[in-house]
Write a protein that binds this ligand. Structure first.
Ligand code: UDP
Ligand code: MG
Length: 316
């Protein structure tokens, strides 16, 4: 399809209620992409918007044939919206960008320059972040450091989904249909030649974040369960520790009793031991549940997303 259209760049922006940002996003993407001189398309993925963004996207697409609308049947989440975007992208390079202009479109030429140098994944690294709460910055920094420790995939620090992917990488990513996705992990996992480009992450142009704490926690859990067995192994380690403690404690208590000491006498000791082990077991069960639920979702094999409206010729 790319051969027919000859599109070089596909810019993918997931959109969840960003009505105030759409005109500015379009303007700045147009300006930047036109300055680069190669043919491009802008894929706007409507992730179940309820604020009129859908109509704004369709109007833009009517006006400008480089704008490709993908309208979801409901909200599927940011990571799935980006996935739909790269599933439909026709360009030789796919650029993923947030619709709230926190990822400045003006950085795209820098990403493209590294791509032309031969890198297949060019990710943008946040050297500074503006307009975000200390909690968000703190939790992000703790999270990235934790995830690099417990997973084998080396996910670069302080990167988001803002990146350029070569067509070959996109082809591989399209085959990875896991439901609970962590795209930065997936794009690190595939390998290829990767490089980072530093940029200043701006504040939101307008509107509120669409990533409340609940969604952030879910994304973090997807990242951990998607790339590590460590939480599952935790139960084994704790089991060995508990068994070790009991192997030492049982003879000590027995001897103390035989010599007439009442040191370990009473309900409090029993209560602490029972509650502690009960807690550990319930947490382990919960961890098992996290993985089991995800397996169940995969087994059901439902489509990742449902498109309500899209131009016919973009279906890849
Ligand atoms: N987004 C989406 N679906 C969602 C939540 C967010 O498509 O369920 C989009 C949102 O419109 C934005 C991008 O994902 O373009 C990043 O979201 P946001 O800016 O709210 O996240 P933050 O930058 O605060 O982490
Ligand atoms: Mg944002």
């Amino acid at each position: 399809m790319n051969e027919i259209k000859g599109i070089t760049y596909s810019v993918v922006a997931p959109i969840y209620n960003e009505i105030e940002n759409i005109p500015e996003l379009y303007r700045r993407v147009c300006e930047t992409m036109s300055s680069m001189g190669d043919p491009w398309e802008l894929i706007l993925v409507d992730d179940g918007c309820t604020d009129g963004s859908t109509q704004a996207i369709l109007d833009l697409a009517d006006k400008d044939e480089r704008v490709i609308p993908l309208i979801f049947a409901r909200n599927f989440g940011h990571q799935i919206a980006v996935t739909a975007g790269w599933d439909h992208a026709r360009g030789d390079a796919v650029i993923i960008i947030d619709a709230d202009l926190q990822d400045p479109p003006e950085v795209i030429p820098e990403l493209a320059a590294r791509w032309k140098d031969g890198y297949e994944v060019v990710y943008a690294v946040r050297s500074e972040r503006e307009g975000e709460s200390w909690f968000k910055k703190f939790s992000a920094s703790v999270f990235y450091r934790l995830i690099t420790r417990i997973t084998e995939v080396k996910i670069p620090l302080d990167t988001g989904d803002f990146r350029l992917l070569d067509r070959r990488v996109v082809k591989v990513l399209r085959q990875m249909r896991e439901r609970h996705r962590f795209l930065r992990g997936m794009s690190a996992w595939v390998g290829f030649r990767q490089v980072g480009v530093p940029y200043r992450r701006a504040g939101r142009f307008a509107g509120e974040t669409k990533y409340p704490v609940g969604k952030m926690v879910r994304l973090a859990l997807n990242a951990i369960t998607g790339f590590s067995y460590f939480p599952l192994q935790l139960a084994t380690y704790l089991g060995f520790v508990a068994a070790g403690v009991s192997a030492l404690a049982i003879p000590v208590v027995a001897v103390l009793r035989l010599v007439g000491s009442n040191f370990f006498f009473g309900q409090a000791t029993t209560l602490i031991a029972v509650l502690f082990l009960g807690g550990v077991q319930l947490i382990s069960l919960g961890i098992l549940g996290e993985y089991l639920g995800r397996i169940y979702d995969e087994v059901k094999g439902r489509p990742l997303y449902i498109v309500r409206e899209a131009p016919e010729d973009t279906r890849v």
